[in-house]
Design a binder for this molecule. Structure first.
Ligand code: BTN
Length: 146
């Protein structure tokens, strides 16, 4: 018969192997800031990997007054994993533009989390002839504030 200690060890090993417990995990939910000074809040990630949040950009390509805008995204794998990938869309409330971000949540040896992202910002243009200048591309690195 297997002893209690041996059973617990076996169970712990099985859970770690399945990525269910133990080990530090990079978590998307929380408050983040990027190198431009923009802030975003990401809600809890649901069972399907979906999340919502809000984005307060520090900069704009427009002459409009900046307002906090909603974001919607999903992470992969859907369950909590060590360093998940993700994508989200920000639907700007003060312009006719949309930004999509893709990235990965990384954790360093000290437990510090970083979101490394690339984004595409699409603005509205008045004709197909202006399509060439309608999309900007860039990168942002987010660190956790809370
Ligand atoms: C707009 O100007 O129409 C909307 C705001 C766009 C802000 C962009 S999105 C990519 C980059 N990262 C930020 O934090 N802000 C800019």
């Amino acid at each position: 018969m297997m002893g209690k200690v041996a059973f617990s060890l076996l169970l712990a090993l099985a859970l770690v192997t399945l990525g269910v417990s133990s080990g530090r995990k990079c978590v998307l939910s929380g408050l983040w800031k990027n190198e431009l000074g923009s802030n975003m809040t990401i809600s809890a990630v649901n069972a399907d990997g979906g999340f919502t949040g809000s984005y307060h950009t520090a900069v704009t390509a427009t002459d409009k007054h900046i307002r906090v805008s909603p974001l919607k995204g999903s992470q992969k794998p859907t369950s909590r994993r060590k360093e998940p990938t993700f994508g989200f869309t920000v639907s700007w409330t003060f312009s006719n533009s949309v930004t999509v971000f893709v990235g990965q949540c990384f954790m360093d040896d000290k437990g510090k989390e970083t979101l490394k992202t690339m984004w595409l910002l699409r603005e509205e243009v008045s004709s197909p002839g202006a399509d060439w200048k309608a999309t900007r591309v860039g990168t942002n690195i987010f660190t956790r504030i809370k």
